[in-house]
Design a protein around this ligand. Structure first.
Ligand code: S3P
Length: 178
C-alpha cells in the first residue's frame, strides 16, 4: 500500500450492495470526508441518472463517469462510494487503484435483489426479469471488481455498521507503518 493509496478509501461493488450507506458510516468512523460519485455526476450534469440514461444513453453516462473519476487525484482523506459500473473503464480502474485503498463489497445476486427491491432508480435494471439481469451483470463484473480491489468483504450477513467497522480495521492494518 503506497502513502497515496492510504489517503482515500474507494468502495466498489454491485448496485444495492450498500456502498453509499457503508461509505457514510465509514467516513464518520474514520473522520474522513465522504463523496458519492453518482451524486456528484448528477450535480455536474444537473440531471438525475435515470434521466441521463433516458435522454443521452448509457454511453454518455459512462463518459461522464470517466471524466468524474479522472479528478480522483485531487481527493485527500476521502471515502468514495463509486457507481456499480465505474470499474468497466480500464482507465478508471487504474486511477482508482493508484489513489485509494479499494474495497470490494461483495453480495450474492439474491442479497442484491432483496436490497434493490422495487427501487426503480437503476436504469440497467428496468427490465422484465430483474433477478436474471442481476445474475448476468454480476457474473460479467465480478472478475473486474476482484482485479481492481485490494480487499473483498462479503456483505451478505453484515449490517452497515459492522461492515464499516471491519473496513476501518482493514484500513488500519493495511496502512500502518512498522
Ligand atoms: C450503475 C450503477 C448505479 C449508477 C448507474 C449505473 C451500474 O450506481 O451508477 O445506474 O452500471 O452498475 P449504484 O451502484 O450506486 O446503484
Amino acid at each position: 500500500m503506497t502513502d497515496r493509496q492510504a489517503q482515500n478509501i474507494a468502495l466498489i461493488g454491485f448496485m444495492g450492495v450498500g456502498k453509499t450507506s457503508i461509505g457514510r458510516a465509514l467516513a464518520r468512523l474514520l473522520n474522513m470526508d465522504f463523496v458519492d460519485a453518482d451524486a456528484e455526476i448528477e450535480k455536474i450534469s444537473k440531471m438525475p441518472i435515470p434521466r441521463i440514461f433516458e435522454i443521452h444513453g448509457e454511453g454518455h453516462f459512462r463518459c461522464l463517469e470517466y471524466e468524474y473519476y479522472r479528478e480522483i487525484q485531487s481527493l485527500r482523506n476521502t471515502v468514495i462510494a463509486t457507481g456499480g459500473g465505474a470499474i468497466l473503464d480500464e482507465r478508471t480502474r487504474a486511477g482508482l487503484r493508484e489513489n485509494a485503498l479499494i474495497v470490494y463489497l461483495v453480495a450474492s445476486p439474491k442479497a442484491a435483489l432483496a436490497r434493490i427491491g422495487n427501487d426503480n432508480s437503476r436504469p440497467l435494471l428496468q427490465t422484465g426479469n430483474k433477478s436474471k439481469k442481476i445474475s448476468a451483470l454480476m457474473a460479467e463484473r465480478d472478475p473486474l471488481y476482484r482485479q481492481t480491489c485490494h480487499v473483498a468483504i462479503d456483505t451478505d450477513s453484515l449490517d452497515i455498521d459492522t461492515c464499516a467497522k471491519k473496513i476501518s480495521q482493514l484500513h488500519f492494518e493495511l496502512t500502518k507503518r512498522p
